[in-house]
Design a protein around this ligand. Sequence first.
Ligand SMILES: *[C@@H]1O[C@H](CO)[C@@H](O)[C@H](O)[C@H]1NC(C)=O
Ligand SMILES: *[C@@H]1O[C@H](CO)[C@@H](O)[C@H](O)[C@H]1NC(C)=O
Ligand SMILES: *[C@@H]1O[C@H](CO)[C@@H](O)[C@H](O)[C@H]1NC(C)=O
Ligand SMILES: *[C@@H]1O[C@H](CO)[C@@H](O)[C@H](O)[C@H]1NC(C)=O
Ligand SMILES: *[C@@H]1O[C@H](CO)[C@@H](O)[C@H](O)[C@H]1NC(C)=O
Length: 530
Amino acid sequence: MSTAATTTIIGLLFLIGVGAESPYRFFEWHVTYGQISPLGVEQQFPGPDIHSVTNDNLIINVFNHLDEPFLISWSGIINAKNSFQDGVYGTTCPIPPGKNYTYAVQVKDQIGSFYYFPSLGFHKAAGGFGGIRIYSRPSIPVPFPPPADDYTLLIGDWFKTNHKELRATLDNGGKLPLPDGILINGRSSGAVLNIEPGKTYRLRISNVGLQNSLNLRIQNHSMKLVEVEGRHTLHTVFSSLDVHVGQSYSVLVTADQPAKDYHVVVSTRFTSKILTTTGVLHYRDSTVTVSGPIPDGPTTLRWSFAQARAMRTNLTASGARPNPQGTYHYGMVNITRWIRLANSAGLIKGKQRYAVNGASFYPADTPLKLADYFKIDGVYKPGSISDQPIKGEMFPVTSVMQTDYRAFVEVVFENREDIVQSWHLNGDSFFVVGMELGKWSPASRKAYNLNDAISRCTVQVYPRSWTAIYVSMDNVGMWNLRSELWERQYLGQQLYIRVYTNSTSLKDEYLIPKNALLCGRASGRHTALL
Ligand SMILES: *[C@@H]1O[C@H](CO)[C@@H](O)[C@H](O)[C@H]1NC(C)=O
Ligand SMILES: *[C@@H]1O[C@H](CO)[C@@H](O)[C@H](O)[C@H]1NC(C)=O
Ligand SMILES: *[C@@H]1O[C@H](CO)[C@@H](O)[C@H](O)[C@H]1NC(C)=O
Ligand SMILES: *[C@@H]1O[C@H](CO)[C@@H](O)[C@H](O)[C@H]1NC(C)=O
Ligand SMILES: *[C@@H]1O[C@H](CO)[C@@H](O)[C@H](O)[C@H]1NC(C)=O
């Protein structure tokens, strides 16, 4: 049996600059491979959690000790006016082996639970991810009492095969195998959550896996949903929670049962063979080990739709700012553009590929954002992907869709396949106004939630279903819209949205960072412009 080379991030927090309005937090990370038996012994990952407060500046110096180029991206961090720091192929040059790059990421006007992950190649299959928390500023009320403790739960499917082998399989035209198991915080079994009787805990849950929707539940304990990707929700109580690939949630769990140990269960959804892993919810001083059957998860699609629709914004609660979340009436803004995006799978030149509206994304030789910044022609063409699904064969292209700055866009994700799709947008969050089984039609708009929909950055589209979102394109830059199913992302199911203005004001977009790495046709351009 092969052991996987697991990406390990060794983190050092070396200073917090306080006193200023928006403090600086400095981190130094060293990314290395750890030889770890992936389904068994104790693991060195996830990486360190980032704890921050709204508007903090995170200065993260990442040293790449791997034998391949490396980038970290920040799932759900908006990076306002600053797509240069987004850490994906289309915005940021990779950190070469042996080199470092210092990210400067401001968590401007944000609260909530997110995570970071390695974005290049198939590094995500080797770990290297960690949680990001953005706490509310002390003056801003949080709509639930402070929990006794706060735990990050990173859950995901896991492949024993090394990330290079997985990538080679895809490069050679194949597909990913089925996962070998599920990990909770890097462990295939025995993850422990310690609690004290009578107290309430916050769990911040993210699905950092590659392919599978997961269901999380705790034996004999219910979960009260309080936050979805930076939005405070109505306090709905669930017996279990579906977490699709790339999504993040906060729930409260109260230790209100007899003091013993209970199963924490994570299992795959919508798979013919269900993979399950368990951890332990351990009451302090309990000597009674877990007993009783592992509680069953939901089995129907109907259950999942109902749960998704029950997630609502608490309009009167504060978000990152003191004014209530409901003061922006997204349902009353006029739509300036209507886009439908349909995912598909097929072959190009005999190799497995995936596409959006027929366009299967291939990277260019230069990050798209840098091509824009340095006005390098011929790297990509805005409008190279259609606003509407097309008939005909899928085709290879460096897909970029252009929108006007401040356009207010309705996007309908159409999934005619039998998989659960999960779409993620960098640089903005969006309102999830509707999702239904079947085909979307203009009449579907009648059932949209135009009042208290959740605003988030990662949304599922159920098999043979659609999901509609509203998004205000208020962040100038180049932003990745991708399938979170990593095989699909890697093999073409992604695009970039170029949010464009002809203004060159720093109020609209920052300059390229002074320490930006340059690559491709942008190599050597630096000093000429700064
Ligand atoms: C690499 O790290 C050094 C400090 O060790 C720092 O001065 C330098 O700016 C970093 N390089 C980049 C490109 O950020
Ligand atoms: C919404 O938030 C407000 C303000 O914190 C709180 O008073 C109210 O109970 C919350 N409503 C629900 C239904 O969760
Ligand atoms: C606790 O959960 C088990 C399933 O694991 C179930 O059989 C039992 O009835 C539950 N007990 C209570 C008190 O809800
Ligand atoms: C939306 O469009 C309608 C009709 O074109 C117009 O009357 C209204 O003022 C617009 N609303 C906003 C907020 O721009
Ligand atoms: C920018 O665009 C606006 C509206 O599209 C136009 O009125 C203006 O002349 C343009 N400015 C420049 C500098 O091109």
